[in-house]
Design a protein around this ligand. Structure first.
Ligand SMILES: [Zn+2]
Length: 327
């Protein structure tokens, strides 16, 4: 089994937690030969997209490789980090990103989410074409086909259901492990950085520079008060876009997880989960957004359902967010 497979079937349907830990242990150990950082990038993208799967646990490549492209943009363009274990070669993904920036004369301090939608789509397509070839089959082979099945033509992967539950349950630990091993690899093949600094960079590669576009969407849906205390948000500077489930846990920006909050509530809440009463309020708010049937309805609302949000709330508490906040 290897990187050049076209289709990969799931080898086993049910796996115990012990078996899954074993798979991940092999993946993070020296038994797993990594010539590039691709597998770490793919695991990070999978974790980011755990709530983007459909009811059959299928994830489409557009979601997956948007995360992947954003992560590599930050690693390669923004932080100028080499992604291979060879001093003279570059990985295919690095080449795609660097050529793209040269073609459109994009400076290296430009953030991914500041690119126009057209440019983002073009880049994601290019990254997807390469990653389909080099990334999907590699992790599949490394895990002996237990994590997901995939079909490069139909452009989807379907997660094994025991793996899916496992990843939700241990999301935080898996994120730490992936970031740590990615930082170790990068430290080894890039000069002048220690692990602590590298880890800081790696932990933030999924972060957007601005949530402005979400502010505009929420305001256009008529939200003009603080979701938590009800204070009127009469100007842009008074409104903060808040991740209801903290960003440190979801590491992604879904409209259904974003609310407008006043400065006081946003700062006081910090990296905490709000009390269940706010979960119910958010479920209601999201239902309202869906029923308005208005553009811009983003893709993430199309695959949203309230069970997903309840699950995320439940799993975030299980992953250590125990100190419930209220204003
Ligand atoms: Zn407030």
């Amino acid at each position: 089994m290897g990187w050049n497979l076209q289709v990969g079937k799931i080898e086993e349907q049910y796996l115990t937690e012990q078996q899954i830990w074993k798979t991940f242990n092999v993946f993070f150990s020296s038994q797993s030969k990594n010539t590039t950082t691709y597998k770490f990038g793919l695991i990070k993208s999978l974790i980011e997209n755990l709530y983007n799967v459909n009811e059959n646990l299928e994830l489409n490549y557009d979601f997956l490789f948007e995360s992947f492209a954003k992560i590599y943009w930050n690693l390669v363009i923004h932080h100028n980090l080499r992604q291979v274990n060879h001093s003279l070669k570059s990985s295919e993904i690095e080449k795609v990103l660097i050529n793209f920036c040269e073609k459109f004369r994009i400076p290296s301090d430009f953030r991914f989410d500041r690119l126009s939608v057209t440019l983002q789509l073009e880049l994601v397509q290019k990254v997807k074409t390469r990653a389909k070839r080099y990334v999907i089959g590699a992790l599949y082979g490394d895990s002996e086909g237990v994590i997901y099945e995939f079909d490069l033509k139909r452009e989807y992967m379907r997660l094994n259901s025991s793996i899916y539950s496992f990843m939700l349950k241990y999301q935080k630990v898996l994120t730490y492990l992936t970031n740590y091993h990615l930082a170790l690899f990068l430290e080894k093949h890039n000069k002048g950085e220690d692990t602590a600094h590298m880890l800081m960079k790696v932990e933030n590669v999924s972060k957007r520079s601005s949530l402005d576009q979400f502010y505009r969407i929420l305001i256009s849906f008529g939200e003009n008060t603080c979701f938590y205390c009800g204070k009127l948000l009469d100007k842009r500077s008074a409104a903060h876009v808040d991740h209801f489930i903290p960003w440190s846990f979801v590491q992604t920006d879904h409209l259904w997880n974003l609310v407008l909050a006043c400065r006081t509530c946003n700062i006081s809440k910090k990296d905490r989960i709000a009390k269940p009463i706010f979960l119910n309020a958010l479920i209601e708010r999201n239902q309202k957004l869906i029923e308005m049937e208005r553009e811009p309805i983003r893709r993430d609302l199309e695959i949203y359902n309230s069970e997903k949000l309840e699950k995320l709330y439940h799993y975030s508490i299980m992953n250590g967010f125990r100190n419930l906040w209220s204003p």
